[in-house]
Design a binder for this molecule. Structure first.
Ligand SMILES: Nc1ncnc2c1ncn2[C@@H]1O[C@H](COP(=O)(O)OP(=O)(O)OP(=O)(O)O)[C@@H](O)[C@H]1O
Length: 359
């Protein structure tokens, strides 16, 4: 059986600026109708990767394929305008002197009535057919963004490259527009590569996340897998606040004030970091007791004293100074929970939600 090639495939892409590998051996592939998010901190090489795929930046090595056909290596190069790639950026700049309809029709060729039909179809998909004769400046930021999406989709691109396209929108608008954009892109069966430095955006939009750091993809997979089996401590910390419990391995077991952790494959004496998200630190609400009995799933309880408690809206964030070493541990508690400073509590941590790494 022959397999359909991915809509977009990049192999071993590299780009060096000065003495720095800004994009270092990046490979990924995306199927039609799928969204991959390139997620990483500022300066890690996301936009440079996107620019090479668009054809406005040349790679030093590596190849780019669309539907199995080579579109660019270091010798052969299809120019940007013939790659059938749509682009959407944060400053999407509609043409101010053109009506909405003309903006959307801008990249279209063919008969007048066909172009008109395509424009009307896309504007109705983004819910803005009523604005076809208006000028961009009379529309809100979110509406303009939807016009930009319709304009980018009009020539039926096989691939859509999006670089932080929603970061200029205000928070309340953003979620709605993200969801709408996603629905339209899926309907058009476009393969999407979206660049973002916001984990929430990637979790919300992506079928697959490619975590990028210092020019490399360090981990790639479904959002659920990246969140629940992060590659290293930095990857955990990228998605949420973390607590770090430091300990020393004693072969396959590492003893901590929260009880023992299994650390198979660690050398005797190896420094271990146990990472746990605040929501997985549990409080024992019996303040005067001696702590709950140890369990296999929660280990032993360790005592801490409240240093700070803040109400965050859906939950409260409570910080503790731990009795055993003075380290600070954070936990979140649903709703309002604002204990006084220095109140003692027993804390346990969920074994199945901890990540154990070599320090
Ligand atoms: N033409 C260039 N010449 C020299 N250095 C460059 C060039 N383009 C990008 N860089 C550098 O390469 C690095 C990666 O840039 P890139 O824009 O790809 O990062 P990014 O991950 O998209 O970051 P951001 O989210 O801040 O846009 C940066 O340090 C940048 O300064």
């Amino acid at each position: 059986m022959t397999q359909t090639p991915p809509r977009l495939e990049i192999r071993n892409l590299r780009r060096r600026f000065g003495d720095r590998d800004v994009v270092n051996d990046v490979s990924l592939s995306i199927q039609p109708g799928h969204v991959t998010c390139l997620l990483g901190p500022s300066g890690c090489g996301k936009s440079t990767t996107l620019r090479m795929i668009a054809g406005v930046e040349m790679q030093d090595s590596g190849e780019i394929y669309v539907d199995g056909n080579l579109i660019c290596d270091t010798v052969f190069r299809i120019p940007p305008e013939r790659r059938q790639i749509g682009l959407m950026f944060q400053d999407f700049a509609l043409f101010p002197h053109m009506s909405v309809g003309d903006n959307v029709a801008f990249g279209l060729k063919g008969r007048r009535d066909e172009k008109r039909a395509r424009v009307e179809h896309l504007l109705s998909k983004v819910g803005l057919q009523w604005a076809i004769d208006d000028y961009p400046h009379v529309l809100s930021g979110g509406e303009q963004q939807r016009i930009a999406l319709a304009r980018a989709l009009a020539p039926r691109p096989r691939i859509m490259l999006m670089d932080e396209p929603f970061s200029g929108l205000d928070n309340r608008l953003r979620d709605g527009i993200r969801d709408e954009t996603l629905a339209v892109l899926k309907e058009e069966d476009t393969a999407v590569l979206l660049v973002t430095h916001e984990p929430e955006e990637a979790m919300r939009m992506a079928d697959e996340i490619a975590l990028m750091r210092d020019g490399r993809i360090v981990q790639q997979g479904a959002p659920y897998n990246i969140y629940n089996a992060p590659f290293d401590k930095e990857a955990v910390g990228f998605f949420s606040d973390i607590n770090v419990i430091k300990a020393t391995s004693n072969g396959a077991l590492t003893e901590t004030p929260f009880g023992p952790f299994l650390t198979p494959g660690f050398d005797d004496g190896a420094e271990v970091e146990i990472i746990v998200r605040p929501q997985h630190v549990k409080l024992d609400f019996d303040r005067n007791g001696h702590g709950p009995s140890p369990t296999p799933s929660r280990g032993e309880a360790a005592r801490g004293f409240v240093t700070r408690a803040r109400f965050m809206g859906n939950e409260s964030l409570v910080e503790f100074r731990m009795e055993h070493d003075g380290s600070i541990l954070k936990t979140t508690v649903p709703n309002v929970f604002l204990p006084a400073e220095e109140t003692p509590f027993w804390l346990t941590i969920r074994r199945d939600r901890c990540f154990v790494y070599k320090a």
